[in-house]
Structures are given as structure tokens and as C-alpha cells.
Write a protein that binds this ligand. Sequence first.
Ligand SMILES: [Zn+2]
Length: 230
Amino acid sequence: MDAGPDPRRVDRCLRALGVTRVPLLLLTHFHADHVAGLPGVLRGRAVGEIRTTSLQDPPEQSAFVRRTAAAARVPLLETVPGDHRRIGPLSWRALWPQPFPTPLPEEPNDASVTLLVRSGALTLLLLGDLEPPAQQALLRAHPILPPVDVLKVAHHGSAYQDPALLARARPRLALVSCGRDNPYGHPSPRTLAALSTGGAAVLRTDTDGAIAVTGAGRDMRAVPAGRDAL
Ligand SMILES: [Zn+2]
């Protein structure tokens, strides 16, 4: 899910994990910090298909993804809302954006494809960069959204998080993806405090480095590259 801002970094990360085949690459939305790394994912790897959100904005980044996918001859498809798939013990459902006739969100962040993922006994909610209006609409559209083990915190841990969504997701582990010394001040101390108060162990890639999640249930562990496992 997502390619990050830098082709070299995502390539290095996938190489370190021994990933040579990517059956599905999902790009949550077209901001450069999610799609500019795409050539690095494609480098020397067999990628089965690329799926995106349906809001083609910003247009120049959307065009970049189309060009890059076409040059690599990888099929490029929009995520169908409600799309669900299962591969072995892994299954996922696209919760957002909402299907037609609901109008598409006008802001790229709010058009982020949001997935509820089950991997064996582990449940993960991946929110892309959703902002509070879309977070609230997501909750209204899915009134029985279950609590999850792992939350990929929306929008790099920005200050703008819907408290009701955090309370519903009630994650045991909250992962914040953000760049070191980023100019936006992500993650927000307020968001980190809200997650901890809600009972989550919080890890962040700017200080913890790459984070792997292993096991499930009481054996679930987060293994950050930068320090000891939690
Ligand atoms: Zn972003």
C-alpha cells in the first residue's frame, strides 16, 4: 500500500524484505508522498496490478502514475468501492470512498482508499490521509466498523483526527508513518496523546524506523528497526 515519496527508499525497503513480487499495489491517493516512489516498487519486480482511488487529483501526479504504469505494462485500475478480496489467510475490503451516486470527495486526502484488512487473526485499518470530514462520513457509512488490532493513523498523525473514529477503532497498536523533521510537524502531540490514552502502543517511523508487525492476539508484536520490540 502506497510507495512513499522516494523510489530509492521504497526499493531498498522491499529489497531488505526480500520482496520480488507484488501481486497488488494500492495507491491510496495521488499526492506525491504516496505515489512518487512508484518507479522504485516497479524496479526489478513483477507487479500484478496497480489500484488507485477514483479522484484523479492532483492531475499531474495522476498522469505520472498512468505513464509509469503504462511504461511498465502493469494494469492500472480504480478501486471499486466495497471491493473485497481474499488470498490465502489475507483478506481486505475497501471501505472508502463511497460508491456512486455519493459524490466523490473534492480533496485528494479525503478520497484516500481506506482498507479493513484481516491477516489471519490480525485486523488492520489503513486510513490513508483521510481528514475528519471523511473520517466522520466513513463512520456513518460503516456503523458496525469493528475494533482493530492495528491502526495506520490517518494523515501521518496530523492533529486532525475524529475522536469518535479513534474510539471505535480502539487499536492496540497505532502506527504513524511520517518523515523525520518534516515541515508539517507530523505527528501532532495531541494525536499521539489521544492514541495512548485510548490504550494504543504508538510507533512512528520518524523515530522508530521501519516497523514490522508479527504474530496475532496476545502474541502480536511490533518490531521497529530502530529500537527493541514492543
Ligand atoms: Zn500523505
